[in-house]
Design a protein around this ligand. Sequence first.
Ligand SMILES: Cc1ncc(COP(=O)(O)O)c(C=O)c1O
Length: 443
Amino acid sequence: MTYIPNSIEARDVASLVHMQTNLRTHQQEGPHVIVRGEGCRVFDDSGRDYIDAVAGLWCASLGFGSERLAKVAYEQMRNLGYYHLYRHRSNEPAIALAETLLELAPVPMARVVFQCSGSEANDTAIKLAWYYWNAVGKPQRTKIIARRMAYHGSTCAAVSLSGKPDMHAGFGLPFAPFKHTEFPHYYRRHESGETQEEFSARMAEALETLIQAEGADTIAAFFAEPVMGAGGAILPPRGYFEKIQAVLRKYDILFVADEVICGFARTGEMWGCQTFGIRPDMVTSAKALSAAMQPISAVLVSERIHAAMLAQSDKFGNFAHGYTYAGHPGGGRGRARGAEDLCGDRHRRSRQAPRRRAAGGARPAQGASAGRRRARGRPHPRHGAHARRRRAHSLRRRAQRRRASRSRGQAPRAAATRGGRPFGVRSAAGDRSRRDRRRQRAT
Ligand SMILES: Cc1ncc(COP(=O)(O)O)c(C=O)c1O
């Protein structure tokens, strides 16, 4: 195809390399140029609009344009457009974002490490797994297990972790320490008459067989996406993670949950780990973490990993790892506001979670539907004993206030009215109908 000289198509074809694209075909077909976004729609350079049902690359969780976040980013960039986290330097937006992530974490986590992409987050988690086993005197634990058809990114280590042959071909990858276990695609791979639970048990057995063949004492970590994304949007079969985690615990293998796609409410709960009962040692997060408005990613590390990082830092005099743009103040500030936009009440509620957990209390099912709450035996917030106690308490408080205002000779609070009648003050008609109902019940 010949393009009009200097057209945007001609300039694209002459200058850019496109990801996950047939480069030869691209020379012929040219680009599809997106110029603008609004809510869930994007507009191309001919003015046609599309609903982008995948939100870009599972990214734009707050839509493709946000005046509010643009203002936040603008103000932040005017004030401090860049700073880093090397050699004790810090910035408040990065601190605030790390605090938010620790409060939101699916299980108690100790610290946050920032990067700029999902691939880098997984690379960091791989390095931290190795760092951990070195710290605890088991440097031979170097192998990493992931699943066939998993996708964990494109950097050398993250793509080695991935189990997609098309992404290894021609690159001489995966690297040797990366091993792959079964692809848990129940629909395509179950045997005749095999239930999901039986299939999950077979997957767990395959993992155990691989661990034993490689030598359990050579395995550092297992990586998994709660829902496999690029591998085909594959939900874990029933009982899968429960059985897999039992094997990992048996051989003391670290579990890293790749929440790059699933995090930030994509599976209904804040994290896929909550939806599928995963208790990871590390969580990697990106994409909806910043609603993709900033290239930012995070690794949440548990106390076990953090303690080893401190020990290694003592030993070597430095935590010798870092990315120039990690903890960028623009990303931190935008994300903290984005969390409010995205999570609303859910975000605020989960801010109390660490305290509740520290007190040994149950964690509420964040954002779970009534049906799912019931299925898990958790009451809806407006039902159950706690809610009844809360309602009784608020009725008692209202009655106390009423008595107090009567004894002061005041009318009850004007604002708290229903149909012109103050809350808690019975109307004569209401009293009559209540009396009638009581009488009916009595007879
Ligand atoms: C589950 C998962 N992990 C990691 C990545 C890599 O993220 P990035 O493209 O930001 O490096 C992706 C990208 O789609 C992903 O889906």
